[in-house]
Ligand binder design. Structure first.
Ligand code: PAF
Length: 280
């Protein structure tokens, strides 16, 4: 496995193996790799084939953080991340620092303006501009044929697909299902920041969403999920919304596919989860 730390080293490494018939697949991450990331890497290998190149980027992207304490507290276990990449059969790890990714006077940002208006986009101003900008840069820098993203961040996945469609970015976006702990909590690099009580309570988010999603009325669905989550003294709802699965705008129409989505704070750790609701 090769580890490259700067954009020029990456260009050099990729120029050496510039055979365009070799499929390059990118897994963009912010590190603190868990089983969910390993599934993304497996998906990447499936797409790359044995002779293709699987690349993992590990970069805690400062411009997508809206809270300085969240950026500072983001876990960065680089040694164990690299060990996991070796064990998972990754070919290249791109591990840049912020000064290698961003010019001090950078003045171009990629903005998606519809799908990013609500949900995490409303709670975290500028977040998706930061995500779109770094993902486009990573796609361009690696020249990847495809890139893998988790469905857990369904808003991020939808926005990246929209960016790729609207800007004609020549890359295939491959989704990968959410991976959960045995008690149902969606895997996230932030889970390690929960204390013992918070960790034990956090699976209630998914339980609340799944149970509420059985209701056939939108207002009842939202009220049931809210009551369930708010019955915990540890959990504080950031948002709880029913949105149209395509536009991501709030809806009460259960005839079309929809998504019941929540962001919940435990202390200063913000967790997100969702359930898909098939239209009837
Ligand atoms: O999902 C993430 O970990 C990040 O948002 C991503 C896609 C790696 C961009 O920094």
């Amino acid at each position: 496995m090769r580890v490259v730390k700067t954009t020029s080293e990456l260009r050099e490494a990729l120029n050496k193996s510039a055979d365009l018939s070799i499929r390059r697949v990118l897994v963009p991450t912010m590190g603190a790799l868990h089983q969910g990331h390993l599934e993304l890497i497996k998906r990447a290998r499936q797409d790359a084939g044995a002779s293709g190149t699987v690349m993992v980027s590990i970069f805690v992207n400062p411009i997508q953080f809206d809270r300085a304490n969240d950026l500072d507290a983001y876990p960065r276990p680089i040694e164990s991340d690299l060990e996991k990449c070796v064990a998972a059969g990754v070919d290249v790890v791109f591990l840049p620092d912020a000064s290698s990714m961003y010019h001090a006077d950078r003045s171009v940002t990629v903005t998606e303006s519809l799908l990013s208006s609500g949900l995490c986009g409303a709670s975290r101003p500028g977040h998706f501009d930061g995500v779109c900008t770094v993902v486009l840069k990573l796609i361009l820098l690696t020249g990847c044929h495809s890139a893998v993203f988790g469905e857990k961040d369904f808003q991020q996945l939808a926005i990246i697909r929209r960016m790729v469609r609207d800007l004609d970015v020549p890359v295939e976006i491959l989704p990968c299902p959410t991976v959960r702990e045995s008690d149902g909590l969606a895997m996230s690099s932030r889970n390690v920041r929960l204390n013992h009580e918070e960790r034990a309570d956090a699976p209630r988010i998914q339980r609340a969403l799944v149970t509420a999603a059985e209701r056939r009325d939108a207002a009842e669905m939202l009220a049931a999920a809210r009551a369930d989550i708010e019955s915990s003294p540890l959990a504080r709802i950031d948002y709880l919304l029913l949105v149209d699965a395509e536009t991501l705008q709030p809806t009460a129409d259960l005839k079309r596919p929809a998504i019941l989505a929540a962001a919940v704070f435990y202390g200063d750790v913000r967790l997100i989860d969702h359930v898909m609701i098939a239209g009837c």
